[in-house]
Design a protein around this ligand. Sequence first.
Ligand code: ADP
Ligand code: MG
Length: 794
Amino acid sequence: MVKQTIQIFARVKPTVRKQQQGIYSIDEDEKLTPSLEIIVPHDLADGFVNNKRESYKFKFQRIFDQGANQETIFENIAKPVAESVLAGYNGTIFAYGQTGSGKTFTITGGAERYSDRGIIPRTLSYIFEQLQKDSSTIYTTRISYLEIYNECGYDLLDPRHEASSLEDLPKVTVFEDPDQNIHLKNLSLHQAATEEEALNLLFLGDTNRMIAETPMNQASTRSHCIFSIHLSSKEPGSATVRHAKLHLVDLAGSERVAKTGVGGQLLTEAKYINLSLHYLEQVIIALSEKHRSHIPYRNSMMTSVLRDSLGGNCMTTMIATLSLEKRNIDESISTCRFAQRVALIKNEAVLNEEIDPRLMIIRLQKEIQELKDELAIVTGEQRTEALTDAELLELEKLITSFLEDQDPESRLEVGTDMHKIHHCFHYLKKLLNDKKIHGKSTVSSEIKDQDCQEPLKEEEYKKLRDLLQQRNNEINILVNMLKKEKKKAQDALHSSGMDRSECGHSQSSPFPPGNPEGLRTLPSSAPTQVQDVNTFGYRSSLLHRKTVMREEMSLGRQEAFEIFKRDHADSVTIEDNKQILKQRFSEAKALGESINETRSKIGRLKEEITQRHMQQVALGISENVAMPSMPDLLEEKLRSQLEEEKIRYKMMFTRLKALKVEIEHLQLLMDKAKVKLQKEFEAWWAEEATSLQVNSPAVNSLNHMKPFPQTPESQRERFQLLCNQSDVNARKILPSPCPIPHSREPSSTSASLEDSIPEKPASSIPLTGDSQTDSDILAFIKARQSILQKKCFQ
Ligand code: ADP
Ligand code: MG
């Protein structure tokens, strides 16, 4: 058992403005427990009559200032937790802080750069790397991703991928069994055998999370997301299974509706944006106070789900994310206060071991058979009839598996029947003789080779051969994929007259859209027992959905989408990532070719070594002399070359693997960005359509002679007309480069727009109609542009 208080860390988000300096300081001198001092500016402190303190000091395990990168955060915070999870303990890392302070950035990562990937992808990478290294244990990794919004749980890994709102996702409920264990009903668990599969699941969940969010629910700031890695491990032959869970939690924004003074007491329930965060605080308070017997876990779904993480069987870590700007002082102080309480909570983590009943049954059956055999010896009962064919076959199978078993302790269990024992001896003798004859004629050179070199067991050869074959396959797939890519690029060049949107699409992804081939088909796991879901399908399905959406668009809409896309801030990111991807692909291609060359070279060297052996043996036989005891210099040289090539091969292969992960990650980031773009376009389009409909008489008056008929197509044309007033203006009308902050009211766009129309309120435009002049319309357009521009620079 490991007793440990919850570890608390602080991370300060980089500030944009320099003037924020002097608001806080970090005291690193106190090496063991560094402290963060938050200094309240005089102008702010004056306002708080109740409290005259001007600075507040908080101790943390470590404080990461603005310059700390994602790698540092992972190494110092997440890696130790991942290590204890690998050792069989439960672990939890949760990020707590106000909206915009960097919780999602820390837990999941930024949406732009590969280097910005957060704790989840890095932890997955680390865990799978460790699992691969440890071949002595059998591991199973399963993933779940839960979102809790308004006390309701939603399964983000819904394999049906049809969610367009949170309510479309399967609802997850909590129930407690008689032993008071918490279970989550309807939360799917997906087996992931590789980092790639796990990463696909993370992006599937994140994309569902993004699609399901509406301005009304503001799910990203008001919901909690729990990404869980369930790890089971078992030693071969053992009936004991270890289970460990790692929860990576992105909590809802901790801000309160009404800001209180920095010295203010904890706010009352009603003032919390998020009731479940209030319950979390209550649980934390109860846990940090001694002699409290009742801990109110059941009050909220989140505290129920995280019951073990809070004061239970878990090694828990909290990251307080801080955005230390003047306007956030009180929220930052409140976050630090919360952390200080959390640090008082003691957890007791135990190894979660249980006996696998299936394995236990096998073991007991064996024991029964042994006892029966012993009994037969004691009673002296022996069979008289000869062994049946089936029995003989069974015995031979037993002998073969006994011989193949690497375990020196393994036993050949045939019972006490003397017929069987005799048959075993006969069979073994036969095998030994066969091997001798076979060995003499063909393997003698190898045996001698192994005498003077480090002996390589048959088993090792087999392993190496399999590994080589496996890597060969991987490279072939990669090379095929690159070839396809090249062909596609050429095809795209040929068909330059193609539909613009389709063209853009095909160029935008280095892999064919909806085609999960290529890197994604690298060796994967057996189908999962838990949920028969092919994770490779996720991405293709999301892409398919995107393509279908696009196909459903009218031509005009597609055109608008192209402009929207071009002017959207994210398109720069997508373009950048596309360029990086191209580079990585060329690197992967070159590397793949070098690997191929090295592989052939290894093959040639091996061939040469074998031939050299044959020559030596032949020489020995023809001259009737024993093999020279001196090592053969040529052979030694060949062997050292072989070793060098193997090292080169390994290095290149490791690099290719890292490239593969990076390419995968970048592609998923791009897919997500594209889905986001599409979603934002849909919202914007709907808004435009509504606003055009509302203002149609005004627009009609602009075109006195020829009023637009009221059809969707005419709306589009009208929109085009508005856009075409000037190309520059048209682009400014498109609002995309600045996503609307979530905290705004959903209708803020039209409201603020109408408010700002000069002289005549916009709302009156559609009502009067008759007195509208061209200048009114121009004023309307200009006002609209200025609003949208303002938003862009906010
Ligand atoms: P939260 O999840 O707490 O609401 P986010 O993680 O979404 O906040 O962060 C808000 C914005 O700040 C995002 O654009 C994010 O990329 C950026 N950001 C947060 N932390 C950092 C950091 N440490 N370095 C760079 N950018 C950051
Ligand atoms: Mg967030």
